[in-house]
Design a protein around this ligand. Structure first.
Ligand code: G4P
Length: 530
């Protein structure tokens, strides 16, 4: 328990949202509160443009910049906050899923006009797989959005999580007057673009007092009282353990662009969000408070600009203290490695660090030693689990355009898929190679990189699949299925059998026809298709 103080100080989390709900804006406001940036717009300029889908070099260039903001660390009220950035662009969703394996909690932003959107559902599915604690921020209250009760109901239904409002809006859109903080029993009246301080909160322990009428007027005071009565009737008192176990999401209302309600959110976040949590390996659970260092790689960033061909592996520290220039055991390769220039990111500056603690993320220059999920220890043989591959959404057959370069192509594809750019499947009992990605853009990136870095020319043939499901079951049943559905069965890089389904209908039919086979959404056989 040598580093208990350091561990308790840290909160490592990510902000997630459907594109456009306000993730970047909220990130920026958090950083302003933490003093990590001085001006609004500093993060925004690093954002991958949502509509620039045709020009992947431009996107890669911006992604290069965004490596510097992959982890934003700042101090706020004696806590050290590590905010892990997740790409907003949907073609990089797989990156986001993996980043979610490295955080201890998340803040989910929802647009009050649009409600729960498609990407929100997907991201929450990943959070729920890991029981990650979630706080919800309902944003854009300065716009005429949906009724807050309806929004909460939609969140509960679509995201399959109980909600608990910790603040409550007084109107919205043009009539938006502010939010009542149920947790602290105080009122914050709406002001655009003010960096709220603790003094701006007006304590209101009794909603029946005259004070609330003086502040927001008779009509709104009445409706707040009515809403609160309903809220108190419907929702229990806040139970932090329910939140920490991922079953209950506290909800805040505000407006990120106006910096309104953000401080409330941040203050509650540092009070209730978990410090670095224990994590499972294939051998045992590791406590953050253990003295010996362990950690895992959750993301690899390769710069595709030929002038700066560098790779950075992102290491999440899970226990003990990580030190510069110290030999650690790379479990998969069974070799000792040390790092002379590991860096962290404080106030958006890259700094070489001498040591780091659980919850921290350090960037390691990588010359090809790492694969997603690799574990580093002080010698213990174990591997962190729960960094699964999720089903891709687009599948294409890889066509070799230059048979003289077959070896290079195979090597390139293997290395790029190790980085997590895409997933590689091979036809069962054959040689056909199928690449699966979350977004179309990735195929362009792969084609470009294979040519530039490995001299291998390739093209792709679109395939009609929509989902990959890992299979497990009785050997004979699986063999029969594989024979019968030969063209739909492939192997992943580890040799696991995977069924490629053309549509939900096919998937449902095969599940119904083959009760002896279990179909999984992830390659760790933990999450069955439901
Ligand atoms: P994202 O990272 O989730 O994709 O969203 P981002 O923060 O970029 O916000 C998307 C748009 O929503 C931005 O407008 C942003 O200004 C706006 N926005 C964020 N929070 C609020 C809010 O509380 N109220 C209102 N009304 N708008 C909000 P944009 O026009 O796309 O960009 P910009 O030109 O304003 O930068």
């Amino acid at each position: 328990m040598k580093y208990q103080h350091e561990i308790e100080k840290r909160k490592t989390f990510a902000i997630i949202s459907h594109p456009d709900a306000g993730k970047t804006t909220l990130t920026e406001k958090f950083l302003l509160f933490g003093g990590a940036i001085q001006t609004a717009g500093a993060v925004k300029s690093n954002k991958i443009k949502k509509h620039a889908t045709s020009d992947f070099m431009e996107i890669e260039r911006q992604r290069g910049i965004s490596v510097a903001t992959s982890v934003m660390s700042f101090e706020y009220k004696d806590k050290l906050i590590n905010l892990l950035d997740t790409p907003g662009h949907k073609d990089f969703a797989e990156d986001t899923y993996r980043t979610l394996t490295a955080v201890d909690s998340v803040v989910l932003v929802i647009d009050c006009v649009k409600g729960v959107e498609e990407q929100t559902e997907k991201l929450m599915e990943v959070c729920r797989m890991r029981d990650t604690p979630v706080i919800i921020f309902i944003n854009k209250m300065d716009r005429d959005g949906r009724n807050p009760f309806d929004l909460l109901e939609e969140v509960e239904k679509k995201l399959n999580i109980k909600t608990q409002p910790l603040s409550w809006p007084i109107n919205m859109g043009r009539d938006f007057k502010g939010v009542y903080n149920i947790f602290n029993k105080s009122l914050l009246t709406f002001q655009a673009n003010q960096k709220a301080t603790d003094e701006d909160l007006i304590p209101l322990p009794d909603l029946n007092s005259q004070e609330i009428v003086d502040l927001v007027g008779e009509k709104d005071a009445m409706s707040l009282r009515e809403d609160m009565e309903l809220v108190m009737g419907v929702y229990d008192t806040f139970d932090q353990n329910e939140y920490l176990s991922g079953r209950l999401a506290p909800v805040f209302f505000g407006s990120a662009v106006n910096n309104f309600g953000v401080k409330d959110l941040l203050d509650t976040f540092i009070q209730i969000a978990p410090a670095p949590r224990p994590r499972m390996t294939d051998v045992r659970e590791v406590q953050a408070s253990e003295d010996k260092f362990t950690g895992f790689i959750f993301k690899i960033h390769a710069n595709i600009d030929p002038r700066h061909r560098d790779r950075v592996a992102f290491l999440r520290i899970c226990s003990g203290r990580f030190e510069r220039n110290t030999f650690y055991h790379h479990v998969r390769l069974n070799k000792k490695i040390r790092f002379s220039n590991p860096y962290t990111f404080l106030a958006r500056e890259k700094n070489v660090v001498d040591d780091a603690y659980p919850g921290d993320v350090v960037g390691l220059f990588d010359t090809g030693n790492f694969k997603i999920g690799d574990t580093l220890t002080e010698g213990e043989i174990m591997t962190y689990v729960g960094i699964p591959s999720f089903s891709p959404e687009i599948f294409k057959e890889l066509i070799n355009n230059d048979p003289m370069k077959t070896k290079q192509l195979e090597k390139g594809v293997r290395q790029l898929t190790d980085e997590g750019v895409a997933q590689l499947f091979t036809q069962h009992g054959g040689n056909r190679k199928i690449i699966g990605c979350v977004g179309d853009l990735q195929f362009e990136v792969i084609q470009y990189r294979l040519l530039q870095e490995y001299g291998a020319a390739c093209s792709f043939r679109t395939l009609p699949y929509f989902k990959a499901c890992w299979m497990q079951g009785d050997e004979k049943v699986i063999n029969d299925f594989t024979r019968f559905k030969q063209s739909n069965v492939v192997e992943d890089k580890e040799g696991n059998l995977v069924y490629l389904a053309e549509s939900q209908w096919y998937l449902n039919t095969e599940r119904a026809n083959n009760p002896g086979i279990k179909f999984y959404m992830t390659n760790d056989f933990k999450h069955e298709v439901v």
